[in-house]
Design a protein around this ligand. Structure first.
Ligand code: PLP
Length: 271
């Protein structure tokens, strides 16, 4: 007999495709499944990349993007949405329309702008559309230090006293809450600052020295969306997700991919 009372939570990830497997929809799917939900995946763009960075990006057409979303959403109910790389303004327009029409809950946006190697993952003219029209639909946005500086037009280095100022500045851009991530600072602890209407809260884990940092932002945002899909509070979702990321970073040295050039500096997958 089918049990209609209990269902496996579903998380829809809308993100880029990474053939190297460490970022975008691949790490999102791995994370969502590892945390006990079911991943639905809609691709915004195909990238070409490896441990040295992103060499090419091609957005999918608006037509197939819209069809991926509509076909899925006419059928499956979604408990949370993680949004990552959005590529351009046409795709953002479609996301906004779909989020509203299907009244999708628990929207977590990782405002991906650039790859570490400097490739644009969102076109410049789309940033304003994302901020003005997509941020207000989000339960949470999760910018890192570089993205926060780009969004605010500032040049902070992310020391603790600045993080709260930055977080409050980002909160004014319209999302329900902001998690300013501390992974890119030089502090010994990786401290993320949550700013929401009820105040500020910080989440801290020790910094893990590792080359396996490719996809950390994707992992964290999809883990938070998964916990929200399981009906946890925002604070518990962030706390558990940060611990999950810390555990995965600690265990990441077990992952041994073979490379053609072992002597080159690499940014490797987490798991
Ligand atoms: N590729 C995709 C599809 C991504 O979503 C992201 C980041 O979110 C990246 C690449 C960037 O990865 P990295 O931070 O390792 O440069």
């Amino acid at each position: 007999m089918r049990d209609f009372e209990h269902h496996t939570p579903t998380v829809l990830t809308i993100a880029g495709f990474d053939p190297y497997g460490g970022a975008g929809i691949q790490i999102d799917s791995k994370t969502i499944h590892a945390l006990g939900a079911y991943a639905l995946t809609v691709t915004t763009a195909i990238t070409a990349q490896n441990s040295q960075g992103v060499t090419a990006v091609e957005a999918v057409s608006p037509e197939i993007f819209k069809l991926q979303l509509e076909t899925l959403l006419q059928d499956v109910k979604v408990d949370a949405v993680k949004i990552g790389m959005l590529a351009n303004a046409s795709l953002i327009d479609i996301v906004i329309d779909v989020l509203k029409r299907y009244a999708l809950p628990n929207i977590v946006l990782d405002p991906v702008l650039l790859s570490t190697s400097g490739k644009a993952l969102l076109e410049k003219d789309a940033i304003e559309v994302m901020v003005q029209r997509l941020f207000p639909l989000c339960r949470l946005i999760t910018p890192n230090l570089d993205e926060s500086n780009m969004l605010l037009g500032t040049n902070y280095d992310g020391q603790m006293n600045q993080s709260v100022v930055m977080g409050k500045g980002l909160f004014k851009l319209g999302a329900d809450a902001v998690l300013l991530k501390g992974g890119h600072t030089s502090e010994a602890e990786a401290i993320d600052c949550l700013v929401e209407p009820s105040g500020v809260a910080c989440f801290s884990t020790p910094r893990v020295e590792t080359t396996h940092t490719h996809g950390t932002g994707c992992l964290l945002s999809s883990a938070i969306a998964t916990h929200l899909a399981k009906k946890l509070t925002l604070k518990s979702s962030i706390d558990l997700s940060k611990k999950f990321l810390y555990e995965k970073l600690q265990a990441s040295s077990d992952l041994h991919l073979q490379y053609h050039h072992q002597d080159m500096c690499k940014k490797e997958p987490i798991f």
